[in-house]
Design a protein around this ligand. Structure first.
Ligand SMILES: Cc1cc2nc3c(=O)[nH]c(=O)nc-3n(C[C@H](O)[C@H](O)[C@H](O)COP(=O)(O)O)c2cc1C
Ligand code: SF4
Ligand code: SF4
Length: 257
């Protein structure tokens, strides 16, 4: 008997979390558990049974963000039905949803439905926006309705049937990327906020009390850039103008159930 909604996400810039919560609102079960894996490096297993589970992850390079994949491997789904959610920055999600389906099946979940949603791109900047402000009210309303439809599907089917999810196997090849990290400018007043919110704990204060970043640990999520209260962190990448120019046309959520 499924009596709980269990919301799981990895979400450095909060867009995957917003979508996951809106789907949870739509499902509307009284008992609701939230597991935020963004800052959680523990490997202690999390067993999930009798819960309609939502797993939401960002898309990096058309695949599930590798660190999100790593973090969700703690989950043990004891046949729990799962709603798969990939959130991408208005370029494309390519094979992320099929990859998430395959991984969660290996972890013991039973996929029930899947959705690709749009979130403001990690590389979006003031003056050069990419999907700025997404998910917006319309996206969240679609997510909430999707949650309702997922619950309906669960109630109407003894064992969820196979359903189509867009994407390919083998998954898109992703070449190793050049290590890089945001720069810290003179505007930094060493408040430590970025240290707290970095999902890989790549940022630290050096002996002179200055902010440093361990480049090898940085996943370029841009959480520190977006959260710095003084706009002191800058990630200068040629992708920003390219995405701003080529991915301006609004994309809409795609749902599979
Ligand atoms: C390294 C990296 C690669 C990304 N690759 C893609 C991509 O292939 N397609 C896309 O549309 N967005 C891509 N994005 C943007 C994120 O998917 C998007 O901003 C998402 O909303 C971030 O989720 P979060 O807010 O939960 O962290 C990428 C972001 C980063 C940091
Ligand atoms: S959040 Fe900004 S101001 Fe605070 S320590 Fe980090 S870079 Fe400096
Ligand atoms: S240092 Fe890198 S990994 Fe850490 S928050 Fe900033 S962009 Fe993300």
């Amino acid at each position: 008997m499924v009596d709980t909604t269990h919301i799981v996400f990895f979400s450095p810039t909060h867009t995957s979390a917003k979508i996951a919560r809106a789907i949870g609102d739509g499902i509307g079960m009284e008992r609701r558990i939230e597991t935020d894996l963004t800052l959680d490096e523990s490997i202690t297993p999390i067993e999930i049974k009798n819960a309609l589970t939502i797993i939401a992850v960002p898309v990096y390079a058309g695949r599930v963000a590798p660190i999100a994949l790593q973090r969700i491997r703690r989950l043990k789904g004891e046949n729990a039905p799962v709603v798969l959610v990939a959130v991408y920055g208005n370029r494309d999600y390519e094979d992320a949803l099929v990859e998430l389906r395959d991984e969660t099946t290996r972890l013991g979940f039973t996929p029930l439905a899947a959705g690709a949603f749009i979130g403001e791109h990690s590389y979006s900047r003031p003056g050069m926006p990419v999907a700025e402000g997404r998910p917006d009210a319309n996206d969240l309303q679609i997510a909430e309705q999707f949650g309702k439809d997922c619950l309906k599907k669960l109630k109407n089917s003894e064992a969820p049937a196979d359903f189509f999810i867009k994407g390919n196997v083998p998954y898109r090849y992703v070449a190793p990327s050049t290590p890089a990290a945001p720069l810290c400018t003179e505007e930094c007043f060493a408040c430590g906020e970025c240290i707290e919110i970095c999902p890989t704990h790549a940022i630290y204060l050096n002996q002179e009390g200055k902010i440093e970043t361990e480049i090898a640990k940085c996943i370029k999520c841009c959480a520190c850039v977006k959260e710095c209260p003084n706009g002191a962190r800058i990630f200068d990448t040629p992708y920003t103008p390219m995405l701003h120019e080529k991915c301006a046309a609004r994309r809409e959520p795609e749902l599979f159930l």
